[in-house]
Each structure stands twice: as C-alpha cells, then as structure tokens.
Design a protein around this ligand. Structure first.
Ligand code: FES
Length: 180
C-alpha cells in the first residue's frame, strides 16, 4: 500500500505492506534512525517515537495506520530546543540513560514533561494549594513512576528519571518565562 506521512517535519511517500511495523519501515528508510529494536514485540520500550504527538513503541504501529500521521523520531527531536532542557538536566544531575535506551528514554522524558502540567491540574484536588507543594509534587511523581514503565531498561532508577523530568521541566518553564 502507498502511505503518505510526515517524518521529522518532512513529507514522505512510502510503499509498504499494510502490517509492516513502523520501526522496520524507518530502519529500511535510513540507518540514521536510532531505533533499538531489542524485542520487536512491545516488551522493551526501546523503539519509542512520537506518533501524532503520543510517545509509543514504533514496533506496535502497522503501516496501515501511518497515512496522514505525523511522526517524530529521536533524530528529529534532538534538533529542537526542547532537547537542550533534557540534555542540561542530564549534565547537571550527572546521570543519563545508557546507550541502549538513550533515544527512547529521552523521548519518554519529553512526553512526560509535556504531561506534567496536565497531571498537576488533574491531581490537584481542592485541598492542594500553593502552600502544599510537596503533596502536589508527590502526586506528579506517582504518575511519572507509572508512565516510565513503558521502557524496561533499568539503567536509571525511577527516582533518577523523576529528578531529570522535574529539573528539565524547571528549565523549560524558566526559559519560556512561565511562573512555577
Ligand atoms: S522493539 Fe518495540 S518495544 Fe521492543
């Protein structure tokens, strides 16, 4: 089948079998994509990409779902200024994902930074106010610990990933001039 989609901001026309997974399509297209196909069965979480803005394992996305889709790979993402917030947090904290999961975990962290605002709103019951920031932070952390399970690599602990997300989020808010 013929598929028209956007990959890292550029339009692409691809011919592929309807059930061919996106990770294989990307790898056949170019060897520059840092997709680590460790399992090919949605177990490892090392093949994450953004699919219409949602961070998902690319091995789970068949070609027939790609028509009109907007795909962002780590290669596209790393050229954005958002990546620098996470890079800066890695440098400041002194830890980062291993080579095996670096691309996927970084995209996952980006997706969680984007969700953080929403989560804080969702989990902010009326008894959480400006004076109760610790409780609000814990609720955000609980959400984060749950979400990061999509990537199974254990090179970083959940609390280290949480620290990276919180710090990168702080840099981003400061950069955009938003109040914390
Ligand atoms: S290769 Fe996709 S989750 Fe493992």
């Amino acid at each position: 089948m013929k598929i028209n989609c956007t990959i890292d901001g550029s339009p692409y026309s691809i011919i592929a079998n309807a059930d061919k997974p996106l990770n294989i399509i990307l790898q056949e297209k170019s060897d520059t994509y840092l997709i680590n196909n460790s399992c090919l069965s949605a177990e490892c979480g090392n093949c994450l990409i953004f699919f219409n803005g949602i961070c998902l394992p690319s091995c789970l996305i068949p070609a027939f779902k790609l028509n009109g889709a907007i795909i962002q790979t780590f290669e596209g993402y790393r050229k954005t200024r958002f990546y620098h917030d996470i890079e800066r947090a890695y440098a400041e904290l002194g830890y980062k994902p291993c080579k095996q999961c670096y691309a996927s975990k970084t995209l996952l962290i980006e997706s969680l930074i984007n969700k953080l605002d929403k989560v804080r709103l969702t989990y902010s019951p009326s008894n959480i106010n400006d004076n109760n920031e610790d409780e609000e932070k814990n609720l955000s952390s609980e959400f984060i610990h749950n979400e990061i399970k999509i990537n199974k690599c254990k090179c970083l602990s959940a609390s280290q990933i949480d620290n990276i997300i919180q710090l990168a989020y702080l840099y981003r808010r400061r950069r955009s001039g938003k109040k914390l």
